[in-house]
Design a binder for this molecule. Structure first.
Ligand code: FES
Length: 164
């Protein structure tokens, strides 16, 4: 989850992270982007430009990494990020129906965030647990053998914790 700091504090925190961890060379790009996303909640273009300048690398390289890896996001994400695996192993076990069930419950499509910023729904390729398909990750928690009919129950836990 992103910190709730304003941008100035986030940039200062990012500077500190880079300085303290000696992440000031181009090979550190992924670690720096991870931390930047943790601080800002996502990676808007101005943050990507800032990172490129700090590491002294072309913005195109930063952009290439951000758009290649699905765990980086250029748009604000919800408090809870749902990742439905649509890799082949999960797909043949009905992952498309699981995705449809999340879309119906949340009233958003894959790639979108709910208006209240509680949930972002996205698809991922294989997460390496094909024997447990279909697999869904919500934040750091992994759900296995997910059935479309269990989606509502899974979501309720997050709705309850948001309300408390
Ligand atoms: S295809 Fe979903 S975990 Fe491998």
């Amino acid at each position: 989850m992103a910190c709730k700091c304003d941008n100035e504090v986030c940039y200062a925190e990012l500077d500190k992270f880079i300085a303290e961890g000696h992440y000031d060379d181009p090979d550190s790009l992924i670690q720096v982007l991870h931390h930047a996303q943790h601080l800002f909640g996502y990676l808007p273009r101005e943050v990507q430009i800032y990172v490129a300048k700090k590491l002294d690398i072309p913005i195109a390289k930063v952009y290439g990494v951000v758009t290649f890896y699905t765990f980086f996001s250029e748009t604000p994400r919800g408090e809870n990020v749902i990742q439905v695996c649509l890799g082949t192993g999960c797909f043949v076990k009905g992952a498309a129906k699981v995705m449809e069930s999340f879309e119906n419950e949340l009233k958003i499509k894959q790639g979108e965030t709910t208006e209240d910023m509680q949930f972002t729904l996205s698809a991922v390729r294989c997460v390496g647990a094909c024997a447990l398909a279909p697999v869904v990750m919500i934040n750091d928690k992994v759900y296995t053998h997910v059935d479309p009919s269990s989606v509502k129950r899974i979501l309720e836990k997050y709705l309850i914790s948001a309300a408390s």
